[in-house]
Write a protein that binds this ligand. Structure first.
Ligand code: ATP
Length: 312
């Protein structure tokens, strides 16, 4: 990795050690799609500050679980609570504001927008300026020196124009909307640095290498300042070196105080990074515990070898 792509240190306060509180509770959740029971009475908790793995064979119900937690699907029965509050019945954007964000198994970026803009879109939901406020650019506030428009042109009309803009802003102030835009841009840039792709900030998302697009999805999900981030197969299509870097990034995300729920098929990665693991099979939870414990569980071994669990 080049210097520019090296990920930066966690921008927030490290997670505090101490007793683990429940952040999210999936309480006896069942979800039927017609005759298909995608989730069948699932219950588990995600503790604040942990990295929890959600694993299971294809079709086990992992992504459906994410979809229930993020409001894409309403469970047929059961409840999801986040920080003690009901999630069930809320819309995805409301759940995002509560502090849950996610990435997708199939990358979902705005392909024509730059990497930076893709992250800014995520941070936008936090803007406080009203639409009229943004249109008329009021109220105005005197900016700090670092918030003033930069003079980057070295000569000519462009430089004169930039100098005028800077001195106008210094005299009359900047609208709250502009200040928010600048703050969002700075924050987005910091997140791109954090995930290690700041060197391609201005490239259209569709032109980024695959691994960069996956990291960009993570940066965008972090832009909403989540308490919980759900990563749906973030290492899909990665080579071993990229997987190793991703592992490091996931730990850094946890270290900055964000709880992580990870769906991943690569067992080495899951075992290497998670604190606990929940295993699903055919929509049911078949095991839960520390990685070493789960990997020895005969039902888990059977599920992964494709044998009948009854025979285990
Ligand atoms: N919208 C839907 N309509 C009907 N059935 C669905 C729908 N979404 C999921 N399912 C079914 O629910 C079950 C669980 O699917 P899900 O995608 O959650 O599994 P998964 O564990 O994430 O699998 P994979 O590892 O292959 O992504 C599967 O049988 C799937 O076909």
């Amino acid at each position: 990795m080049s210097d520019e792509t090296t990920t930066t240190a966690a921008p927030k306060i490290p997670a505090q050690p101490g007793p683990r509180r429940s952040l999210l509770e999936i309480d006896n959740v069942t979800l039927r799609f017609g005759g298909v029971v995608a989730l069948d009475g699932i219950s588990f908790e995600i503790h604040e500050g942990e990295i929890l793995g959600l694993i299971g064979p294809n079709g086990a119900g992992k992504t459906t679980c994410f979809n229930v937690m993020t409001g894409v699907y309403k469970p047929t029965s059961g409840a999801v609570r986040f920080g003690g509050e009901q999630v069930t019945g809320r819309k995805p954007h409301q759940i995002s504001r509560m502090g849950i964000s996610r990435t997708f198994q199939n990358i979902r970026l705005f392909p024509e927008m730059s990497a930076l803009e893709n992250v800014i879109v995520g941070t936008d939901s936090r803007h406080k300026t009203s639409v009229p406020g943004a249109l008329f650019r009021v109220p105005r506030k005197r900016p700090k020196p670092e918030e003033l428009p930069e003079v980057t042109a070295t000569s000519g009309l462009a430089r004169t124009w930039q100098q005028l803009r800077r001195s106008f802003a210094g005299t009359f102030g900047l609208s709250r909307h502009v200040l928010e835009e600048r703050a969002a841009e700075a924050k987005a840039m910091e997140l791109l640095r954090f995930v290690g792709i700041a060197d391609r900030a201005n490239d259209a998302a569709r032109n980024l290498p695959y691994g960069y697009q996956r990291r960009l999805e993570i940066a965008r999900a972090l832009g909403t300042e989540p308490k919980l981030i759900c990563l749906d197969e973030p290492a899909a299509g990665f080579n071993p070196a990229e997987k190793e870097e991703l592992l490091e990034l996931i730990r850094k995300i946890r270290d900055m105080g964000v709880t992580v729920l990870l769906i991943e098929h690569d067992m080495r990665l899951v075992m290497g990074v998670t604190d606990r693991i929940v295993v699903l099979e055919f929509g049911r939870k078949i095991a839960e515990g520390a990685p070493a414990e789960v990997s020895r569980d005969p039902r888990v071994v059977a599920a992964y070898l494709g044998e009948s669990t009854d025979a285990a």
